[in-house]
Design a protein around this ligand. Structure first.
Ligand code: SF4
Length: 738
């Protein structure tokens, strides 16, 4: 469905300064709320905004300026996170009686910063303050008493810096385990796997500046208006230079349809009509859709045959497979008529340049890595890689996840993203001076399953909240309550910390990225490694997160010879530069604005990939099972609203006016069931029931969307992508009307 572009007259008639009267974020009102909520510490808030690298998404900004466009770079996601950095310490006895505490994470957050080490033993009503020495001694003793295969570390993406990821993996491996994983496992691990196998790299091949003036940007299963808000400003400017913006998604996200960029006068007055065309693919239908596209690219002679011949292998097999798939099958699987797949193929087939962006609508499926491979196959069919205004881009919603696997905080990768095997373990052993295990560790979801089976004795979680982020919360709660020692290292309290101890739960108070000694670095979606300086602030007895991990490693296994190293933040960066060669330069970053884009503007320059033969290895993908769907059964997907990860900021999503209990539904589907806006329905499947209110939306027929994490009760925790381990955050449900 084309998103109609207005004429000048229509545009004038649509004059609506700052979107007054429309469903959209109320930026200025919300800014005032932020000022009010930070009123006890405004000077510090200002220092963060003007000196720090944003701890929100992975678009990348230092202070108030980025590396892509002139002008101020700021959004509400960043402003809403400010309070985490300015709030005062929680009272040391605030968690003394767990039963009396709220379970809503918004209320727990309001208790203030976790400021002192706390311990709760089995049978105790709550947490008691202990010293750092006691905490470390207790943890060290428990780690020594177990074996490395029963010890695991998980690191969230919440404001975590590269230094913290690096120390997490080093501490884990120093203690003899590769059970170390990070939050990227739950979002882009299929991208990491598929890109590595196809291109030999696992990061965006291009930068944001390639968006400007490219013929076409395609967003697959992605909503940057919500996940990377300032990207709408980039898109507004790209459109001014003639770029077409295409959405392939079950839902036409309103923020991608029309957005008011407050810092751009033209956009602020008239709104920016971003989307040029919307392809309403059914949930999970992307592989079929792209097979249809490839089928037509081949039939119409629209592939870049020279590029394919010189720079790829495997294309003939893909085309052979595409030719065997008939249109009715592809239409059923994609949920779109053949004409739409042909239209998309014609559009990209005549584009000279293109950037393909994808997100969790592609990755969070049992065939997530295959979905990414098909995006890559299609981009490479047109030679959209390794040159200006071209590239493939897994967009990251959280500030630091790009660096997680690159620093080696990954069960299946050593620093540099190197595979876990004997050769790479031996090389890392030579770097570190201690033995590195060569076996692959447990991925994040596998860690929780191991907890449930009673196979972990010590589970150290740096941030995160598995109770909310993973499917099947009851199972997760059971699992976490079976670990003899649970360690939660964090800046605030979350409800998973309040789960009963099996033996002991220890809470370790962490500094924010801004407070940590010697500053830190973060890597953005476009591979830009950015320095955020130390902005000193003391909150109770909090410590830098990388230091805590180091302290634990040495408490468990004393290091009289000093082989562990990494005594300062700067020393950590110097070591990263030695161990991860493409991060060379990180050791020279010193102040706000210092940054470099590793690999240069384009990876795979000229189409030459860092694979064994320099070519992209295209993979022929099997079509996911295509089954009939009875009329009363729907595909339901989980989506984000006004929230940052599990931190929910508003009951109503300002981009589409949907309350947290909304179920987004196509108007025809609703009419068939005599449902109207606001009607109560129940979604159910063998895993659970979910009461929701109908919210009519431009969404593909047969598809529904509900908010995450509320809808996690309907999600099957056993359905995961084979390539990366990400859960399938979608389900089939029946719909019951009241
Ligand atoms: S768009 Fe992302 S990087 Fe930029 S200010 Fe917002 S949250 Fe921060």
């Amino acid at each position: 469905m084309s998103c109609p572009r207005p004429t000048f007259g229509q545009r004038l008639a649509r004059l609506s300064p700052f979107g007054i009267g429309h469903t959209k974020p109320k930026h200025f009102r919300d800014m005032l709320k932020v000022v009010w909520s930070n009123r006890d510490n405004l000077p510090y808030a200002w220092k963060i905004l003007t000196r720090g690298v944003c701890d929100g998404c992975a678009l990348g900004v230092a202070g108030l300026h980025d590396w892509t466009i002139k002008g101020t770079h700021l959004c509400m996601t960043r402003l809403n996170l400010l309070r985490l950095n300015t709030m005062p310490a929680m009272a040391p006895d605030a968690l003394a009686d767990v039963a009396s505490l709220p379970r809503d994470n918004r209320d727990l957050r309001a208790l203030g910063r976790l400021a002192y080490p706390l311990r709760r033993r089995k049978g105790e009503p709550g947490f008691t303050r202990i010293s750092w020495d006691d905490a470390l001694a207790s943890i060290g003793q428990k780690i020594r008493a177990t074996t490395p295969d029963r010890l695991a570390f998980f690191v969230t993406s919440r404001g975590v810096t590269n230094e913290i990821y690096y120390l997490a993996q080093k501490a884990a491996r120093y203690l003899g385990t590769n059970h170390v994983d990070n939050a990227a496992r739950l979002c882009h691990s299929p991208s990491t796997a598929a890109m590595k196998q196809t291109l030999g790299i696992s990061a965006s091949t291009c930068g944001y500046s390639d968006w400007f003036g490219t013929d076409v940007i395609v967003f697959f299963g992605s909503n940057p208006a919500n996940d990377q808000p300032v990207s709408t400003k980039y898109l507004h400017l790209a459109k001014k230079r003639g770029t077409k913006i295409i959405i392939v998604n079950p839902y036409l996200e309103p923020g991608m349809q029309r957005y008011w960029v407050p810092s751009n006068l033209d956009s602020a007055l008239f709104g920016s009509d971003l989307c040029d065309d919307w392809y309403a693919v059914s949930q999970g239908g992307d592989i079929a859709f792209l097979y249809g596209v490839i089928k037509h690219l081949d039939a119409a002679g629209l592939t870049d045959t020279t590029f394919l011949a010189e720079h790829t292998t495997g294309w003939e097999d893909i085309v052979t497979r595409a030719r065997t798939l008939d249109w009715p099958l592809l239409e059923q699987a994609a949920g779109l008529p053949a004409g739409r797949m042909i239209a998309f193929a014609e559009l990209i087939g005549h584009a000279k340049t293109g950037v393909f962006v994808w997100s969790m609508g592609i990755t969070q499926h049992p065939w997530g890595a295959d979905g990414v491979r098909m995006v890559l196959n299609t981009a490479l069919a047109r030679g959209f890689i390794g040159r200006d205004q071209c590239g493939v881009m897994p967009i990251r919603g959280h500030s630091s996840v790009q660096g997680g696997a690159e620093m080696g905080a990954y069960a299946t990768a050593f620093p540099g993203g190197l595979a876990v095997n004997e050769t790479n373990a031996a090389n890392l052993t030579a770097h570190y001076g201690f033995e590195i295990p060569a076996w692959e560790g447990l991925a994040a979801t596998e860690m929780v399953e191991a907890c449930h089976r009673g196979e972990l004795d010590v589970f150290h979680m740096v941030g995160g909240n598995f109770l909310r982020t993973l499917p099947d919360p009851d199972y997760v709660a059971e699992a976490l309550q079976r670990v003899p020692l649970r360690i939660h290292q964090d800046i605030i309290v979350t409800d998973q910390m309040l789960l009963d101890p099996s033996d002991e739960v220890i809470l370790l108070p962490a500094q924010t990225r801004y407070e940590q000694d010697d500053g830190g670095t973060e890597t953005s979606t476009e591979r830009r490694v950015m320095f955020t300086p130390e902005i000193p602030r003391e909150v109770g007895e909090t410590r830098a997160e990388w230091k805590i991990l180091r302290d634990i490693a040495l408490a468990a296994k004393p290091d009289p010879a000093g082989v562990f190293g990494c005594t300062t933040g700067q020393a950590v960066r110097e070591e990263i530069a030695r161990v991860v060669p493409f991060y060379d330069g990180v050791q020279h970053l010193r102040k706000t604005g210092d940054a470099f884009q590793y690999g240069g503007p384009h990876l795979c320059p000229g189409g030459v990939c860092p694979t064994s033969d320099g070519k992209a290895h295209l993979a022929t993908i099997d079509l996911p099972p295509v089954g009939g769907r009875p009329d009363h059964v729907f595909h339901v997907s989980t989506r984000r609203g006004k929230q940052f990860n599990t931190l929910i900021y508003a009951e109503i999503d300002p981009l589409n006016n949907a309350p947290r209990d909304a179920v987004l539904m196509n108007a025809d589907d609703a009419a068939k069931r005599h449902l109207k806006q606001g009607d109560t329905v129940t979604l159910h499947n063998p895993l659970g029931r979910y009461n929701a209110r109908v919210h009519l939306a431009p969404i593909a027929p047969g598809n529904l969307q509900i908010h995450w994490p509320e809808g996690n009760h309907l999600i099957d925790r056993t359905r995961k992508d084979a390539g990366g381990g990400v859960p399938d955050y979608n389900a089939l449900v029946e719909l019951e009307t009241a």
